[in-house]
Design a protein around this ligand. Sequence first.
Ligand code: XMP
Length: 318
Amino acid sequence: NWNMAGFRDAEIGRIRQKVGKGRVICGLSGGVDSSVAAKLIHEAIGDQLTCIFIDPGLLRHGEAEQVVATFRDRFNIPLIHRDASDVFLGALEGVTDPEVKRKTIGRLFVEIFDEEAAKLGGAEFLAQGTLYPDVIESVSAVGQSVTIKSHHNVGGLPENMKMQLVEPLRELFKDEVRMLGRELGLPEEIIGRHPFPGPGLAIRVPGAITREKLAVLRQADRIYLEEIRKAGLYDKIWQAFAVLLPVRTVGVMGDGRTYDSACALRAVTSTDGMTAEVYPFSFDFLNRVAGRIIGEVRGINRVTYDITSKPPGTIEWE
Ligand code: XMP
């Protein structure tokens, strides 16, 4: 007999009690989780909350602009926007190992939060939109000595972090977070948004990351999502994204030979991200997307569709 309005009220009480008159900074990513966490905390403590949006240079097309427009302009929540792409991409230069990517990104997010918090004159609390599946995947990874993936918003925090964590969504699954978001009056376009991983496009470019590769990936990803929305399929899918593969293949374009990157498209259904099924697009749909990507994105000349379920695959490629 789960009651979201009750959960909201209880959680608002818990946040007030924990935080007192302290300052909270919330790492806003633009995703559902941090958006719901930020709105909930803002309802609890108002402008004791400042949101810090760090753009790591690893977001999708148009996302940074959208975050600022939504939270600063629409919700009037105090928001600091820090473009940290130079720092992140510099630190990731030449890094190929997925876990090193995650840890590097997690560490930088925390360091930059600390910096921004210091500029604000200090904050006692750091709020995060950590969900239950993040918590249990990390805990079981510790217990089993085999780490599948360290989620940077749970496992990657350094022990010397100065701030205490506020994680009001820790007991919730994704569908419950969406219910809570509706309860809080967040717009459907945010609530219905596909999850996006903290390490962002870094784990969708297997191998070393460059600005050029990210730019190519962003274009393919934008076209793919555009076609998914146009076909009315966005809400039927848990996550959909393009992956830029670290392999070049030969193609033919007009009279010429091409030698460019291949990309993979991924789309899955899921209820909590723990297991996932491939989304069964029509052949026509896939053909249309592939045609557009190859025709419009310079640097990609081959498109594949990933038909791996989770398990044994994972949703992300890294
Ligand atoms: P996997 O790839 O493990 O992903 O099947 C399960 C869900 O988690 C997201 N994901 C992450 N989210 N930090 C995050 O915040 C991470 O390091 C991370 N890795 C994967 C993934 O997008 C999917 O929703």
